[in-house]
Design a protein around this ligand. Structure first.
Ligand SMILES: Nc1ncnc2c1ncn2[C@@H]1O[C@H](COP(=O)(O)OP(=O)(O)O)[C@@H](O)[C@H]1O
Ligand SMILES: [Mg+2]
Length: 1080
């Protein structure tokens, strides 16, 4: 695809016409319109044959990239859109391959883009030529010479912020391979008046501002400068700062460039010292001083600045001071010294400044040349680049000597252009064997002659005037011109003898007008003589030569008194004429390439195309002339091969292939197309077409045919595409069908297969499950059998080995331990046994809690056993006594308070020795039975409660009461008649013996008695009754009981009495019914 985009001819995608030669119709309007149309489409380059017209776009276009360089590299000139690279490439290849020296002539007015164009050419050549460290260094030096020269030679003007104020021609030298070897730079006519004075809105040369903005404080101090622009008279103040220009950074660039180019440090230093000196010169001011002899004299106002300049440059201050005050004229060994008035002093100062600066500039160029010159002596090929100011035409007769010189140079360039173009044209015709027809065009040789003729030329006249003795003024010069040139067709002056201009008010008297090939220019004669003289007083040049500063000394060789030359130095005009002549000679030997720069507007603005301004430039650049010359014979030519290639589709015989020589093909083609014979001519290698019309007709036909062919191609392609598509679809359909069928069959088969598998799997599953069940059952049976056997074996084994089981060990250990403990317990007990006394309450402490009940039981058993032992010692007698005691205990223990006291008393029964005592002989005889109790008791009187002693006797069958004194029986009661014994619960010895009612003894009532041995008596009474009557005697213990007294029942009541009667209870009859016993 990319290949399709590659252009094969300038004619492709053309906006307007890329080559003005093809413009139809050719006139100023169509020319401008074509330029404008292209400019509006960002096509800033247009050809006139091999000439490139360049319109300054005033903005950066993306057409200078390395890719673009590659695009234009090694391509034919007319292949691609017009471009400065195409021209550069053509020139470079022609130089390298055909060994033709080249020159590239760049013209145009200030700000039209000449310098940019020259840089583009150089950068293109640098990009495409050889590579390598050495080559690169050369390239770098060549390219870096630009910033240095621009800093010193360029200035901001109203037209261009970076306007070159000098003409520059640079020869770049190459070896046979096309590698750069070095270069030579020539400079022309630096506009040195700018050093001392600048028009409004313009600046001095860049370097002054750069040095003040960019130099370090230290450096400035060394140069005795101050940073403030306003300190210097030579620096125009109104536009010291330029938008978008960074003077400080440019200063660094310049210093860097100087280093790369090869300036030594001391050289750079010297250069800046000179610059500083120039700047400071402007600050020297003069004041008038009258002398006695009446002569005007000037004096330096403030010598400080002068002193500093002298320090800086190493000039003796007095020498310089004198040079500003005197002028020495030497003629024929005669020296005449005259004083300078103030105006002359200023003139001298400015002249010195201008000369210093312009010589410095020339020195710089020489110095750069020294650095960049080719190091070898081998034959070199040369490419010259000329960047020179174009025509300058100021309004209102502001044109002066400089414009005159510049315009003269342009006339010469036009001359050489015409010459070379025609020459080339002619050569081509001859080469191609085509008949040369004379071409009508304007030849400006006549104008050149007007200016440069050695006798009658304006420059010659000026020189003559300058050298003439006597008073010479600009007016005398004009007069002379008026005389000599009056008849010249291109000279116009009010005062000339030719009356044509007598009434031309547009032409002031002090002016003359020249009809240049590019238009009329009116020159103001004022200053011509002076500028041509370019006078520097000898005293000043000698002062400079005396400077102790090698650079300044070198700049003023004529100041050396040893080489004194009385001849005047050549005038500026003649110098320029000579250098132009050399340049022309130089250019004539080379193959010219033209770049004509046009400025689209005066505002330095992008996108603005000022028709009038462009029209003006087209006129004075003579571009229309250019086209006419170019078209004079044949407008268009092309080699046969590309021509046939381009148009072969227009004829059946040549389409699509021509199998013969290209020329024959083209002949057939043109014949077939019926192009009139006079319209074209066949050269040796090229076809020549006279009118662009014919070419455009061919182009139109080609376009038409291309469309047809495109349609045809499209038709065939579409047919082919459809057919291929159809075939493909058919093939695809079969393939798809077969795939679908296969797929369906596959699916069906898969389904059957999977069904079969399902059925199969069910059956297999069922079988397997059945088998599994059986196997599982079998397994369970086996397992059960195994388990049973295991259990059985287990039981057997356990049975056999139970005794060894650990589980039984616990019990055994327990039992063993228990036994051991018991054993220990009993053995201990044995040792600690208490005494055998039944009343011994001692018993060893229980050692173990678990033996608590055993311990108690043991204690009980032991006690019982001990009691039994104790009992076994008893005799029958004792037994009885204890039985009785026991009985008493059973009856009274815890019932009667008197009981405890009785326990220790032995029951003696017969207290009274009845049988012994003779007193009771009678009584003894009356009682024949065994006496159980014989004791004295108190019988309580029933009436008053008083006690009377009685003997109480108890026998086996009776109770007897007898008188104590004589023993007379008072009452006898069979035991069977005693029903009850009552007593209190207290500590008294009262008791009542109740008798059976109705019995014989009962007639006197119950007995109320008191005894000290109540317990013994009551017990014996109870025992005897029981053994005799087999009945238990009722013993009532109560603190209140009834006693039968005869018929009355008396209540005996025991109360708590006082102790005033001692321990004896007192008995008192209260009333009939109550007998109160007070017990203490
Ligand atoms: N091809 C270009 N592309 C972009 N800008 C350009 C081009 N040529 C010139 N210019 C602009 O125009 C200005 C003036 O160009 P310059 O070459 O210095 O003019 P001349 O040398 O003819 O006086 C440049 O500083 C730049 O800004
Ligand atoms: Mg320039």
């Amino acid at each position: 695809m990319a290949k399709m985009e590659v252009k094969t001819s300038l004619l492709d995608d053309m906006i307007g016409v890329g080559d003005m030669v093809l413009l139809e119709p050719l006139n100023e309007d169509s020319f401008i319109n074509n330029l404008k149309k292209r400019f509006d489409h960002n096509e800033v380059y247009t050809y006139i044959g091999s000439v490139v017209i360049s319109i300054n776009p005033y903005r950066s276009l993306p057409i200078y990239t390395p890719e673009k360089v590659e695009e234009y590299r090694n391509r034919n000139f007319y292949e691609l859109s017009p471009h400065i690279f195409a021209l550069s490439d053509e020139a470079y290849r022609s130089l390298r391959d055909q060994d033709k020296d080249q020159c590239i002539l760049i013209t145009g007015e200030s700000g039209a883009g000449k310098t940019e164009a020259s840089k583009l050419v150089m950068s293109y050549v640098a990009a495409v030529c050889g590579k390598g460290a050495e080559v690169n260094q050369v390239k770098e030096q060549l390219l870096q010479s630009n910033p240095v020269l621009e800093a010193f030679g360029n200035a901001k003007t109203v037209r261009n912020d970076n306007s070159s104020r000098f003409g520059k021609y640079m020869d770049i030298e190459f070896d046979f391979k096309g590698d750069p070897l070095g270069g030579v730079i020539s400079n022309y006519l630096l506009e040195k008046s700018r050093v001392v004075k600048q028009p409004r809105g313009e600046r001095n040369f860049h370097i002054f501002y750069q040095i003040l903005s960019g130099a370090s404080e230290e450096f400035l101090c060394k140069l005795k400068l101050e940073r403030d622009f306003s300190r210097y008279n030579y620096l125009g103040l109104d536009s010291a700062k330029v938008n978008g220009v960074d003077d400080a950074s440019n200063f660094r660039t310049v210093r860097n460039a100087m280093q790369i180019v090869g300036f030594m440090d001391h050289e750079t230093q010297s250069v800046f010292e000179v610059v500083a000196a120039v700047l400071k010169l402007g600050n020297i001011e003069f004041k008038p001083e009258s002398r006695a002899n009446g002569l005007d004299e000037s004096k330096i106002k403030d010598k400080n600045e002068l002193k500093e300049i002298c320090e800086l440059t190493g000039i003796d201050q007095s020498v310089l001071e004198r040079a500003f005050s005197f002028r020495t004229v030497e003629a024929k060994q005669e020296k005449v010294s005259t004083t300078l008035n103030v105006a002359q002093a200023y003139y001298a100062r400015d002249a010195l400044a201008k000369n210093l600066y312009s010589r410095l500039f020339s020195w710089l160029v020489t110095r750069i040349n020294e650095s960049i010159k080719a190091q070898t002596k081998v034959r070199k090929k040369v490419m010259g680049v000329l960047d020179i100011y174009g025509f300058e035409i100021f309004e209102n007769a502001d044109n002066s000597f400089e414009q005159f010189i510049i315009n003269y140079c342009n006339e010469k360039l036009q001359q050489i252009f015409i010459e070379l173009t025609l020459k080339e044209e002619q050569e081509e015709y001859i080469r191609e064997g085509i008949e040369w027809t004379n071409i009508e065009y304007f030849n400006n040789a006549i104008i050149c002659d007007l200016i440069e003729n050695n006798q009658t030329g304006i420059l010659a006249m000026l020189d003559e005037e300058c050298l003439r003795p006597g008073t010479v003024t600009d007016d005398t010069f004009l007069e002379k011109l008026n005389q000599v040139c009056a008849t010249h067709q291109h000279f116009e002056s009010r005062m000339s003898k030719c009356s044509r201009f007598l009434n031309d008010t547009s032409l002031p008297h002090s002016c003359f007008r020249i009809q240049h090939y590019a238009g009329k220019v009116m020159y103001q004669v004022e200053g011509f003589v002076d500028k041509n003289n370019d006078l520097l007083y000898r005293d000043l040049s000698q002062a400079m030569w005396k400077a102790n500063h090698s650079l300044i000394k070198a700049l003023f060789p004529e100041g050396n008194p040893a080489k004194i030359n009385l001849k005047r130095p050549p005038t500026a005009g003649s110098q320029f004429k000579a250098s132009v002549a050399t340049l022309m000679k130089n250019l004539q030997t080379k193959n010219p390439n033209y770049i004509r720069c046009i400025k689209p507007n005066d505002k330095k603005a992008a996108h603005i195309f000022n028709d009038a301004l462009v029209c003006h430039q087209i006129r004075y650049l003579g571009l229309l002339e250019n086209v006419r010359v170019r078209r004079a014979g044949y407008a268009f030519r092309q080699a046969y091969e590309p021509c046939l290639e381009r148009y072969k589709m227009l004829c059946k015989q040549t389409w699509p292939h021509w199998r013969g020589p290209a020329r024959a093909g083209v002949e057939v083609l043109f014949d077939e197309l019926g192009i009139p014979e006079e319209e074209f001519s066949f050269g040796r290698s090229k076809i020549f077409i006279r009118n662009p019309r014919t070419l455009f007709k061919l182009e139109d036909l080609r376009k038409q045919r291309l469309e047809d062919l495109a349609t045809l191609i499209e038709k065939i392609y579409r047919g082919w595409k459809c057919r291929t598509r159809f075939l493909l679809m058919k093939k695809s359909q079969i393939v798809i069908a077969s795939w679908v069928r296969r797929h369906a069959q596959q699916k069906r088969y898969q389904k059957i297969k999977s069904s079969a598998i399902v059925v199969q799997s069910y059956i297999r599953g069922w079988k397997a499950r059945k088998l599994l069940r059986e196997l599982k059952h079998l397994k369970r049976c086996n397992e059960a059998a195994t388990i049973i056997a295991a259990y059985w074996h287990g039981t057997q084994v356990r049975r056999e080995y139970r005794k060894y089981f650990r589980a039984n060990a616990g019990r055994k250990i327990y039992e063993f331990t228990l036994q051991r403990l018991m054993q220990k317990y009993f053995l201990e007990m044995k040792k600690k046994m208490p005494s055998l006394s039944p009343i011994d309450k001692n018993w060893p402490a229980r050692p173990y809690l678990f033996l608590d009940s055993t311990h108690k039981e043991l204690k009980r058993i032991f006690h019982l056993w001990r009691c039994k032992k104790y009992r076994d010692q008893f005799t029958d007698q004792q037994k009885l006594i204890y039985e009785e005691k026991l009985e008493a205990s059973e009856l009274f223990k815890d019932k009667k308070a008197l009981y405890p006291a009785s326990v220790g008393q032995p029951f003696q029964g017969a207290y009274l020795e009845i049988s012994e005592n003779p007193k009771y002989k009678k009584l003894k005889d009356a009682v024949d039975e065994k006496i159980i109790i014989a004791e004295v008791v108190n019988k309580i009187n029933r009436a008053n409660g008083k006690a009377t002693s009685r003997i109480f006797l108890l026998t086996k069958n009776n109770v007897l009461l007898a008188d104590q004194k004589n023993g007379t029986i008072k009452s006898e009661v069979p035991l069977g008649d005693v029903t009850k014994v009552s007593m209190s619960s207290q500590n008294d010895g009262f008791f009542a013996v109740h008798l059976k009612e109705g019995s014989e003894a009962a007639t006197k009532g119950d007995f109320l008695l008191s005894s000290d041995h109540l317990i013994e008596m009551a017990t014996k009474l109870y025992r005897t009754t029981l053994s005799q009557t087999k009945q238990k005697l009722n013993i009532e213990i109560s603190d209140e009981f009834l006693v039968q007294f005869k018929q009355d029942k008396v209540c005996v009541k025991f109360i708590q009495g006082s102790q005033k009667n001692g321990n004896i209870p007192t008995c008192k009859r209260k009333n009939n019914r109550l007998l109160e016993v007070a017990v203490p």
